[in-house]
Design a protein around this ligand. Sequence first.
Ligand SMILES: NC(=O)c1ccc[n+]([C@@H]2O[C@H](COP(=O)([O-])OP(=O)(O)OC[C@H]3O[C@@H](n4cnc5c(N)ncnc54)[C@H](O)[C@@H]3O)[C@@H](O)[C@H]2O)c1
Ligand SMILES: O=C(O)C[C@H](O)C(=O)O
Ligand SMILES: [Mn+2]
Length: 563
Amino acid sequence: MLSQQLIEFINKGDFLMNEKAQQILNNPFLNKGTAFTVAERQQFGLAGLLPPHVQTIDDQAKQTYAQYLTKPSMLEKRIFLMSIFNENRVLFYKLFSQHIAEFMPIVYDPTIADTIENYSSLFVNPQNAAFLSIDDPDSMATALKNTAAGRNIKLIVVTDAEGILGIGDWGTQGVDISVGKLMVYTAAAGIDPSEVLPVVLDVGTNRQSLLDDPLYLGNRHERVRGDKYYAFVDRFVQTAEDLFPDLYLHFEDFGRGNAANILNKYKNEIVTFNDDIQGTGIIVLAGLLGALNISGENFTDQVYMSFGAGTAGAGITQRIYEEMLQQGLSEKEARSRFYMVDKQGLLFDDDPDLTPEQKPFAHKRSEFVNADELKTLADAVKAVHPTILVGTSTQPGAFTETIVKEMAAHTARPIIFPLSNPTKLAEAKAEDLLKWTNGKALVATGIPAEPVELNGVTYEIGQANNALVYPGLGLGTIAAKARVLNDEMISKAAHSLGGIVDPTEPGAAVLPPVTKLDVFSQTVAEAVAKSAVVQKLNKEPIKDVKKAVADLKWVPEYEELTD
Ligand SMILES: NC(=O)c1ccc[n+]([C@@H]2O[C@H](COP(=O)([O-])OP(=O)(O)OC[C@H]3O[C@@H](n4cnc5c(N)ncnc54)[C@H](O)[C@@H]3O)[C@@H](O)[C@H]2O)c1
Ligand SMILES: O=C(O)C[C@H](O)C(=O)O
Ligand SMILES: [Mn+2]
C-alpha cells in the first residue's frame, strides 16, 4: 500500500521538488536552516519543512553559542560544534569567527586529540573527507571525484596518520586532523570551505588496540611500508594534481621515516607544504625573533638545543640554521651553534642511527671531554649551555626544574619552548618555567596557556603552534598562484609576524595573540604572496598583491540560493 502511494507521488512530479528540498537541507554547503527566506522556501520546496520564523545568521549564532555554553566538557563542546559543522558550514564559520581564541582549543588542538583517539566510537558523519585505501588504489580517482562532488578544490590536507601530534599512529581515525587543520584555514585566513578537501591515506595501522577493536573503521592490517607505500603516495599526488590543477597540497602528521622524504620528492615540482617540518619551523623562528626583540640579544649569538630531533625538531633546526646563514654566519659557524638531543642523548656523528635530517647537526665526540657521558638532556644542557631550548620530544615534564635552573645559570634570558602536543605531552608548563627562572625565561608553548602572574607582572604566553602561520601561508601562496612554495616565501612568512607585540611591555608574549589570528594571517599571506611575485613564481600576472589576497577571502555570510 505504502509503496503504491510512493509510486504515485513520484509520478506526480512533486517528488523531484521534494527531493531537491531534502538535498538542499542535507548539504552543509547549501543548508541555511531557519535562515532560508520565505521566497527561497517557496521556490525550493522548503515551505513547511522548517519552523515559520525566519532567523538571521546572527540570531542563529546567538542561539547556537548559548547551547554550546551548556556543554560541560571540551569534548562535548567539540561534538556539539561539529554537529553544526556537519549541517551548516556557513553558520559554523560565523560562530568560529566570532569566538576564535575560545574555539581554537575546542575544535583544534588539544581537544582534537580526544576525538582522534575515539573517532570510530564517536563516528556520526564522514564530514566530506576522502578516505583512500591502499587496498583499493584503483578507486582513488573516483573516490576523490566523489568527495569533491564537482567543487573546485584548491586545498587538500592529507595525512597518513602515522605521527598524529605526539600521540602516534591512529590509522583511519587520523582523518580528523585533516578536517581540523582545514577548519583553522577557513577561520583564520578565510579559505573558502567549499574549496577544500580533507584526505586520509589509510595504509593500515600498527596500533594493536585499533586492530583489535570491533568498532575500528579503518583497514585491519599493519602499515604497508617501502615501495608499495611510496607508490600509493605518488599515485595520490599525481591523481590529485590531475583532478585539481590549482592545488595547494598540505601534508600533516606523517611518520618520521617518511615526512621529509615526501617533502623533498615533491617540493620543487608542485605547490606542496609539510606543516610539521616547515610550518613549525616558521612559527618557532617567529617566536625566537620575538623573544630576542624582548631581550635585545643578537640572533647570531644564540646556542640552540633541539630536544626530540624528529620531524618537527629537525624541521625547526633547519629553519633556524638558514636564518643564521641569512644573518651572516658561515655554514661552519652556524652549524657549531646547534645541538640535537634525542633518545640516545646528545647526537654525535659516529651514530649509525642518525636520520638524514639529524646528520648535519651532529657533533664530534672530540669536542667534549666527557662525550660518552652525555646521554640525557640534563647532561647535554650542562655541557653545552644552550641559550635556546625547544622541545618536540613527546616527553612530558622533560624540562625539569634542575635542567631549567642550570640553563638559566648561564644565560640572562633563557628561551624555552616546550612544544609537544597535546597538553599531556608538553615538556613543561609555562608557569613553572617562569617560576623556576624568576620571570627570566622567554616562553612559548604548543597549546594555549593562560597568562602567568608573578611578582606583580602578568606574563602573556605566546602559542608557538604552526596554526598561527599555515593558514596565512596557504592563503598567500594560493592568492599569488605560485608555482611552488619555496624557502624564501617561508622565511618571509616568519619575519612578517614581528611588530605586532610591543616588546617593551612587561611580560610581553614572544608571539602575537590568537585573538588576532585572522588579522595576522592576512599579514602573513600578503608577505608570502609578495615574495612569490617578486621571485616571479606567479603563474599569472598579479598587479596588486594585497588585492589578490583580499579577493580570495571568503566570509561566513549566506548567499542567495539560485537555481
Ligand atoms: N607546536 C607545534 O606547532 C608542533 C608542530 C609539530 C609537532 N609538534 C609536537 O612535537 C612532537 C613531536 O612531533 P614530530 O612530528 O616531530 O614527531 P617525531 O616522532 O617525528 O619526533 C619525535 C622525536 O622525539 C624523539 N624522542 C622520543 N622519546 C625521546 C626521549 N625520551 N628523549 C629525547 N627524544 C625523544 C624521537 O626519537 C623522535 O626523534 C609532538 O608532540 C607534536 O605534537 C608541535
Ligand atoms: O596540530 C598541532 O597542534 C601542531 C602540530 O602540527 C602537531 O603535530 O602537534
Ligand atoms: Mn602536526
